[in-house]
Write a protein that binds this ligand. Structure first.
Ligand SMILES: [Zn+2]
Ligand SMILES: [Zn+2]
Length: 121
């Protein structure tokens, strides 16, 4: 992949490297994850339900129109509008081709929910 700048879908600031496959916006603390990175995080949190869990576990969310109007997120790579979805009741945005955007704090909420889901089995 090229090293072209990737911009935060919310702040339009350049995302900085966080972990391999993961970038962070220094202002809003949202995170961009490549699909393999998200799968790895979920797998670490919930080893019993993975490999069922992956980016494909994200189901489309029907947002109320007033929320949807404010919630638009563009993919930092292809700049197409991402689809909103839920992952363990946490709202995430997904570009089918490139990865997933999670707002600040939502990634850890989702990972915690995955862990609870795993323990419940
Ligand atoms: Zn941001
Ligand atoms: Zn994309």
């Amino acid at each position: 992949m090229s090293a072209a700048a990737m911009l935060c879908p919310i702040c339009k600031l350049e995302l900085v490297d966080d972990e391999p496959g993961q970038r962070l916006c220094a202002r809003c603390k949202g995170s961009w994850l490549e699909p393999a990175r998200l799968t790895a995080l979920l797998h670490a949190a919930a080893p019993h339900v993975v490999p069922l869990l992956s980016v494909d576990s994200i189901s489309d969310a029907a947002l109320p129109p007033n929320v949807a109007a404010k919630h638009r997120r563009d993919c930092p790579i292809c700049t197409l509008v991402m689809r909103s979805g839920t992952l363990f009741a946490v709202l995430v945005d997904r570009c089918d081709a490139h990865g997933v955007w999670v707002d600040a704090g939502e990634l850890s909420r989702s990972v915690l929910a995955a862990r609870r889901h795993d323990r419940a089995r």
